[in-house]
Ligand binder design. Structure first.
Ligand SMILES: C[S@@+](CC[C@H](N)C(=O)[O-])C[C@H]1O[C@@H](n2cnc3c(N)ncnc32)[C@H](O)[C@@H]1O
Length: 467
């Protein structure tokens, strides 16, 4: 294996005028075969060819995160770990408001964050990996150093820190949610905060909040990008604008809500509209506070269920943190019946939303597709009537699970992308004394469940929530 310094020399060569012929050759070949590889290796060198392939692969991967940076210097893994330009710009705005003389971007990787930070202040980007430090310096056009950040003697500097996650564990994805597994870890972070109180620590959105330091003096922000939860940021010192509170931000709408988490009020029956809440709001535990905030103007707002992440109201709400649907009908999820109901509503293509793997949305979408609705009046959320000002769905049935009065044992299973699953909530009020009843099962989206009927011992994987 090439040592990191040799690898850096290879990449430096590739990025120079001398490497451009190899890059042109590789870029010009959409289908690369063994003969091409052999020719390039003989002519340009084995390591150089590998680096060129890596770079072009990384640039392909980077198109979504960095649409304006076709010249990015990166390896594919560096792109995967990088903060996107959209999220990095959002974070950089908070630094800009502070007007720091300089920002240290610690564990800078290829410079995803540094590129945005450098627009608001001079940046010193630091990474233990010489190749990454070099890439960040060129990508962000900033000062960059190869160093182990735990050896730096910083004092009263403003910092951004993006610790790496330990990856060697067998149960890698689960471990990534433990703050104690970040590298550098909690001890270094505490020490850094003592020396440099003001900064931002980037975390995975699945990190266990209970392990985070100083909740009363820091602000935790959860950020979603195009509907997907992408990161959490622990703001400290002067960058914590609302210490002790949490913020949910959705991008690119650039809408934020900040509050102390508070309990949800009692669930209520669905009203005329249903609103799927942004995952940042839900993960931040801010649903209860958000409902109270909305209730100041819309008294009918409430949650459909405490674990469903779904609000309901009789009013239309214009809120970037919510995606609204008009409720046409509520019914148990029996595919033929749902299909018939959709057909009655003139549905063509339908978009099925589900939680907890209740149904396979691709299969259900195919099965439920009707004959109505050409492209223009597709019944999916983006295609609501303009005058309604709301995306409207043809049908948003709440799925119910047929049960019996026998005891039903749920077994929670975490798909390892979120925090531990507590176990589902079974709404069984309607079951009392009945031979057959329906259970509404709700749970966080990353959890799925299997149920065993205690009398028959039969196992069924009915973990349904929402269609
Ligand atoms: C998640 S990546 C950073 C991504 C970066 N924020 C971006 O947007 O491109 C974490 C980086 O931390 C670096 N790293 C891990 N431990 C380090 C240490 N003790 N000192 C310096 N860098 C370290 C790794 O080399 C890796 O590049």
């Amino acid at each position: 294996m090439t040592n990191p310094t040799d690898k850096l020399a290879v990449w430096q060569h590739l990025a120079s005028e001398a490497g451009s012929e190899l890059l042109r050759a590789v870029r010009g070949k959409p289908q690369i075969g063994p003969r091409d590889l052999k020719r390039w290796r003989e002519r340009f060198g084995v390591e150089e060819t590998a680096a060129a392939l890596d770079l072009l692969n990384a640039r392909r991967k980077a198109k979504r995160k960095f649409p304006d940076r076709r010249d990015l210097l990166a390896d594919p893994q560096g792109v995967e770990q990088a903060t996107s330009a959209l999220v990095a710009d959002h974070k950089a705005k908070r630094f800009a408001a502070l007007g720091p003389a300089r920002i240290h971007d610690l564990c800078c990787g290829i410079g995803g964050d540094a590129m945005s930070l450098a627009k608001v202040a001079p940046v010193v980007a630091v990474d233990a990996n010489p190749l990454r430090a070099w890439m960040a310096g060129l990508n962000a056009d900033c000062d960059s150093r190869c160093a182990d950040v735990t050896t730096l003697e910083l004092r009263d500097e403003v910092f951004h820190l993006d610790p790496a996650r330990r990856e060697e564990s067998a149960d890698r994805r689960r471990r990534m949610h433990r703050f104690g597994d970040y590298q550098p870890g909690p001890e270094f972070i505490e020490d850094l905060r003592r020396r440099c109180p003001t900064g931002a620590i980037k975390l995975g959105p699945g990190v266990d909040f209970a392990e985070l330091p100083s909740p009363e003096s820091t602000e935790l922000e959860l950020i979603s990008e195009r509907g997907t939860l992408v990161q959490a940021v622990l703001w400290t010192g002067d960058l914590a604008q609302r210490p002790g509170e949490r913020t949910a931000t959705c991008l690119p709408a650039d809408a934020s809500f900040t509050a102390h988490p508070q309990p949800l009020r009692e669930p209520q029956e669905p009203g005329r509209y249903l609103y799927a809440v942004d995952p940042a709001l839900e993960r931040g535990g801010l649903l209860g506070a958000f409902v109270e905030h909305l209730r100041a103007a819309h008294t009918s707002v409430g949650v459909v269920h405490e674990k469903l992440g779904l609000l309901t109201t009789n009013d239309r709400l214009e809120q970037p943190l919510l995606t609204g649907f008009e409720l046409h009908r509520q019914m148990p999820y029996r595919q033929p019946k749902v299909k018939a109901a959709l057909a009655e509503l003139g549905a063509g293509e339908v978009e099925v939303k589900t939680r907890g793997g209740a149904v396979n949305p691709d299969e259900a979408q195919l099965a439920l597709r009707g004959r109505g609705g050409e492209a223009d009046d597709r019944l999916h959320p983006q295609a609501g009537p303009a005058e309604a000002g709301l995306p409207v769905h043809a049908s948003r049935p709440i799925m119910s699970v047929p049960g019996a009065r026998n005891k039903i044992h749920p077994f929670a299973e975490n798909d390892k992308t979120g925090p531990p699953c507590d176990g589902p909530v079974l709404e069984r009020a309607a079951c009392a004394g009945k031979r057959r009843c329906r259970l509404r099962v709700v749970a966080p989206p990353h959890c799925s469940y299997t149920f065993a009927n205690s009398r028959s011992g039969r196992l069924s994987s009915m973990s349904a929530h929402l269609a």
